[in-house]
Write a protein that binds this ligand. Sequence first.
Ligand SMILES: NC(=O)c1ccc[n+]([C@@H]2O[C@H](COP(=O)([O-])OP(=O)(O)OC[C@H]3O[C@@H](n4cnc5c(N)ncnc54)[C@H](O)[C@@H]3O)[C@@H](O)[C@H]2O)c1
Length: 267
Amino acid sequence: MRDLKGKNAIVTGGSKGIGKSVCVALANAGANVYILDIDKHEGLKTVKEVSELGVKSDFYQINVSNEIEWIDFSNVLKNKKILVDILVNNAGIWIGKDIDSVSQEEYQKLISINLTGVFLGIKHLVPLLTDAGKKTKFGSTIINLSSVAGLVGSQLDPLYSMTKGGITTFTKSMAIYFGKKNYPIRINQVHPGIIDTEMGKQVANARINQNPGMTAEESYSSGINQTPIGRLGTADEVAKTILFLSSDASSFMTGSSLVVDGGLTAQ
Ligand SMILES: NC(=O)c1ccc[n+]([C@@H]2O[C@H](COP(=O)([O-])OP(=O)(O)OC[C@H]3O[C@@H](n4cnc5c(N)ncnc54)[C@H](O)[C@@H]3O)[C@@H](O)[C@H]2O)c1
């Protein structure tokens, strides 16, 4: 299925994990994929993998919390006459500390990436998303990575939950704004449960740190036991949902939330 042929997609945090799987899924559907990440080494490997699928791909070393870097990047796109059909705001971090042990410095870092990064990406790419959207029947699309921790409280990281809850309502607010102002942009979000990535491992480590005496095996089993489907999710399973929200298959959806959590929040 190459129904995104010729579309241009920007994926933040596309070097590894869920973001990498999103890059591959979008490229398999025919989209050109531009990766924004701080990890150049892994990012270039993803570019190579994606290019081999027959689409254009490039890497830009950008910290999503830095506004100057977003402005420079949007100017690069303008100079190259690249419009943006799909923006996936995926870059995010996890701290894994409770309120007694977390510092203000860690809090500032968390919100600068998880919240400010999403705000800046949308702010600076809206003109290019608008121009791309005008050329299509159903508009361009933005997909934000929230989390189950943006729907219910996190047991391990209350500040991470604060940032993901912020994304949940920001996504809905932006859908209303784009609709009211007739911007040809749909915006939706996904809420992954525990996914087997680098961040998934950090969640398991936080469980050990906050439960003295817990072994690595017990922590891993605890994550699985919380998930009715009986296993952790894969990055590819989240990517499939993001692919759906990136395409016209989701043409009447905006301000929506898709939960990809193996039943974690069904309880
Ligand atoms: N893994 C999970 O269990 C899980 C669950 C719910 C939500 N999520 C969300 O999904 C998204 C991706 O998670 P993941 O598991 O793939 O994480 P990951 O840690 O495996 O990968 C994150 C990617 O973001 C990049 N990144 C980090 N800080 C950055 C910055 N300042 N600027 C640019 N890039 C930066 C990293 O280099 C990395 O490539 C995150 O927003 C995360 O909060 C993950």
